[in-house]
Design a protein around this ligand. Structure first.
Ligand code: 4UW
Length: 552
């Protein structure tokens, strides 16, 4: 990893001591911990109170892995989709898939059948796990793609019935199959395939290996960075798991890292102010992983009281920018005993790139996303500089990353993979700089990606959809600033000659096809042309600038 390139004085490295990453698969890393913490509660559903201990998760995921191999005859490397809300069974399903040598791809449970179809087709998933309430949606997605892959259904309530033709998740997880345990695979095997649009284009499968995830867990848990304590009979860290588990942030922080540390995760299957407040009141919450909208909610909601933060030591915001004023307002409300910090990561980097060493976990560098985690190199380069020369302190440019957590590539997309690296450095598409203390700041996004409440929205996906609307000749989508959501998508649409387009009809058309946060909440503007460069690339900066200056 250490090349002359990385030794350049402008390349940022961690000041922390190095971490040794063992040659383990995710299960080799986690299972000894699940056994060690077997008697403690691993996960509890905030609404129903249903819970599992670490020991139960270990046993059920082992059963589940054997059933996937023996009963469904899935083969090493096959992809298994999980489409569930934040429910306590998520870990059992995911670890079972890993143990069987298979690959997890997660889908947003709010997806429409069209969106589900796209990811299932792209990933070639061989089975799907869902919950009873989403069965019909999954079934219609499979029908429109003429697929008959097995559907494994998790009953949410005892009274739920398993639809005909579906498989009962609990029958798999609760039945012991008397065959030898499955041999662990190789650490370089593909483990997790979440979807991200990267810097451009449609959502793509991000190939994360066991080693990528294990490395990031070790980078997370450096002794000078980690703030979680192992459980004892008198104390256990408690984290409300409200960030979606299908997304890399919720997946790593809410599932894998919680299991690694013996932390109790209280899962919220939906976000509602009442439910979140109930969790704060009734559980001794010690840490909160958040995206900026959750911080704004905690700061501004009148029913969120300072006393609910009695045991909270750490609140981490990530996924989208959080201003220093927002950090300060949060501290003013909940008290300075709660440290609020920001961390920065991407799906493509498993996810963590920067994070706060304990010594920095103060508000001295408001708005800062932290310092580089161990075993990682970051450089800032002038956008489009083909030489990749690292810029110095306080110079703004694109942030590039090198480290063991960086993805192998985009699934079945060699060209996109190649474009996302520059001489072995991963291009984040984010614009930022670092200061004289090596603290990083993200100031803008060079890439097309729109982030609504921290969720990814790929403009290309919406543009493709709008272009399929009768009478539309061309379309461009940008993100515009929004107080509550960070950004929302706004469309510019060119009608075909002789067509009069109805803005409301376009909005409705999009609303039916895609999930809620992707809808055109920023409006639709009918225009004569879309500004493009000579090679046909949409000039989104120009559209953004126009919107900023003229509101159109
Ligand atoms: N400030 C400004 C930030 C920040 C940010 C991300 O959907 P993805 O691919 O992935 C994520 C992952 C977030 C994450 C943050 C902190 C953390 O601890 C953790 O893991 C445990 C995960 O969101 O989107 C990546 C894009 O999101 C923006 C940025 O544009 C990045 O390229 N982003 N964090 N603190 N912007």
């Amino acid at each position: 990893l250490v090349t002359t390139d990385c030794s350049h004085p402008n390349v940022l490295k961690s000041e922390l001591s190095d971490v040794v990453v063992p040659d383990w698969t995710i299960c080799e890393m986690l299972y000894p911990k699940l056994e060690l913490y077997h008697k403690y509660t691993a996960v509890e559903c905030a609404s129903s109170g249903k819970s599992y201990t670490f020991g139960q998760i270990r046993m059920k995921s082992r059963n589940f892995s054997k059933a996937l191999k023996e009963k469904l005859k899935l083969k090493k490397g096959d992809i298994v989709a999980i489409l569930v809300k934040n429910i306590p069974e998520f870990g059992i399903a995911a670890y079972g898939i890993f143990e069987a040598g298979l690959v997890v791809t997660t889908l947003n449970p709010a997806y429409t059948p069209d969106e589900i179809k796209k990811q299932l087709l792209d990933s070639g998933a061989r089975a799907i796990i869902t919950q009873a309430s989403d069965f019909c949606k999954v079934k219609s997605a499979l029908e429109i793609m003429h697929s008959q892959i097995p559907i494994i259904v998790i009953k949410e309530k005892q009274a739920d019935s398993i639809p005909s033709g579906a498989i009962d998740f609990f029958e798999f997880a609760d039945t012991v199959i008397n065959v030898p345990d499955i041999e662990p695979g190789h650490t370089s095997d593909l483990a997790f395939l979440p979807y991200s649009s990267g810097t451009t284009g449609l959502p793509k499968g991000v190939e994360l290996t066991h080693n990528n995830i294990v490395s990031n867990i070790f980078q997370f848990n450096h002794k000078d960075v980690s703030f979680l304590n192992p459980p004892t009979d008198n104390f256990q860290d408690v984290i409300p798991t409200v960030l979606p588990l299908y997304h890399i942030y919720g997946f790593t922080a809410g599932t894998v890292n919680s299991a690694y540390n013996g932390t109790k995760s209280v899962t919220l299957d939906k976000f509602s102010p009442e439910l979140f407040i109930t969790v704060l009141k009734n559980h001794r919450v010690t840490v909160i992983y958040a995206a900026p909208p959750l911080i704004l909610f905690l700061t501004s909601h009148q029913d969120v009281k300072k006393e609910y933060f009695k045991y909270v030591k750490m609140v981490i915001s990530g996924g989208a920018p959080l201003g220093c004023l927002d950090e300060q307002r949060f501290t003013d409300k909940v008290g300075s005993h709660v440290t609020i910090t920001q961390a920065y990561g991407l799906t493509e980097t498993s996810p963590l790139v920067t994070w706060f060493p304990k010594t920095y976990a103060k508000n001295e560098n408001g708005g800062c996303i932290g310092k580089v985690v161990p075993k990682t190199y970051v450089k800032i380069i002038a956008p489009d500089d083909p030489t990749g020369t690292p810029l110095g302190m306080n110079q703004s440019g694109e942030l590039l990353v090198k480290g063991p957590q960086v993805m192998r590539g985009y699934y079945n997309r060699p060209e996109e993979t190649e474009k996302s690296f520059l001489n072995g450095w991963f291009r984040t598409g984010d614009l930022g700089h670092f200061n004289d203390e090596g603290c990083m700041f993200i100031t803008d996004r060079l890439k097309e990606l729109i982030k609504v409440k921290g969720f990814q929205v790929a403009p290309a996906e919406l543009e493709e959809l709008i272009r399929s609307f009768p009478g539309v000749d061309d379309a461009a989508v940008i993100g515009i600033p929004n107080q509550a959501h960070g950004e929302v998508p706004r469309a510019y649409v060119v009608p075909k000659e002789g067509f009069a387009l109805n803005v409301e009809e376009i909005k409705e058309y999009v609303a039916i096809k895609v999930t809620k946060y992707k809808q055109l909440a920023g409006g639709v503007q009918i225009v004569d042309t879309i500004p493009k460069n000579p090679s046909g690339k949409i000039l989104r900066r120009l559209l953004k600038q126009n919107y900023k200056e003229k509101g159109i």
